[in-house]
Design a binder for this molecule. Sequence first.
Ligand code: HAM
Length: 414
Amino acid sequence: MISTVRGMRDILPADMERWQRVETVARQICGCYGYRELRTPLIEREELFVKGTGESTDIVQKEMYAFADKGGERVTLRPEATPGIVRAFVEHGLEQSLSVPKLFTLGPMFRYERPQKGRYRQFHQLNIEVFGVGDASLDAEVIEMACTLVSALGIDETELVISSVGCPVCRPAFSEALLKALGEDLPKLCGDCQRRATSNPLRIFDCKVPADQPIVDGLPHSEDYLCDACRGHFEAVQGYLRAYDQPFQVSHRLVRGLDYYTRTTFEIRSLKLGAQNALLGGGRYDGLVKELGGPDRAGIGFAAGLERLVLALPESDDAVLPDVFVAAIGEANREAAFVLARALRAGGLRTLVDYEARSAKAQMKRANRAGVRHVVIVGDDELARGEVTVKTMATGEQHGVARDRVVDSLLSAL
Ligand code: HAM
């Protein structure tokens, strides 16, 4: 048998109600906050992510499904949505057609990571992005929206962590301070950290290697190196979050694994999910639109991992069962049963039928196993009276209903 590729997963019918719940709530919330849906291709030019996500990131260094297509062009399955959305925003001049460009997309992303619970090679994200607004009120609204999404899904035991990674004015001084503080300790750090020291020293805070922690814990904090403008912005974001009564923690170790961030970054983590506990993450990226060839516009957004939201959803008895089974008694009544099934489906009832001319007893057994509430029995006696028999499975009670009344009768009994 040919199985799925490592890190790829089927989403089975039994899990689908949970997925649909997440997607429905996500769409509703995006609508309430004024976001319009956008769908970008799964395949983009490789250089979009090399430039956008950043050459020094793990995503670009080791995780992209990149290849030359049959025409020899370097393309990749998208590892994240943000650069593609920026590209579409610029390419289609969306600034002109949307008063505030607030965009969302739902769909699969691809990263060649080591698969484990909550981490897959094909995974799905809700991604939201806003362009052209630099004010701190939007940072707080985006963060508050992310918190609203999580709580609207009934997910509890989470924490919101925020940080500011500064801007091109103040970050060089902070990077320099980090390297200075590391000094002779640098060679004692892991290989990844040594590489980060040259490519992007802030990413040393991402290090999870236990032996490195005493050194990393002793490093300076980004907050102490923010320029006045970034400090004022970060304080204003926190002020709005307090006005929303939104609890948060400030963590200087939240630097996030993508190169484009400026100023605010944030994550919502589940306290229940184990190692892969980031439900969503995002931040501001005020230089990215310009970097990718567009006008000089601010940008901010976040992406939520749908697999992780589905994993964190509270249990609920939400299996969608069929409503009705139409049982034809005798070969002669099968056509009448199928025609009745069509009418029930047109009335909005989830309706099953038997395709194999089984006995009445076998059809009842099937109906029972499928979990339907009612069986509609189409037999000679009933049809002769212009009726069908409706059996309620929970009570075993059955009664005759006029054929042309059966849809209304079942709808009112649901
Ligand atoms: P990210 O932190 O790389 O950010 O991913 C966002 C979320 O996607 C994570 O918090 C996690 O829930 C989910 N995720 C990431 N990788 C995997 C994986 N291998 N398997 C399952 N879930 C995963 C971004 O992607 C940015 N584009 C977010 C953003 C938008 N920043 C600004 N705008």
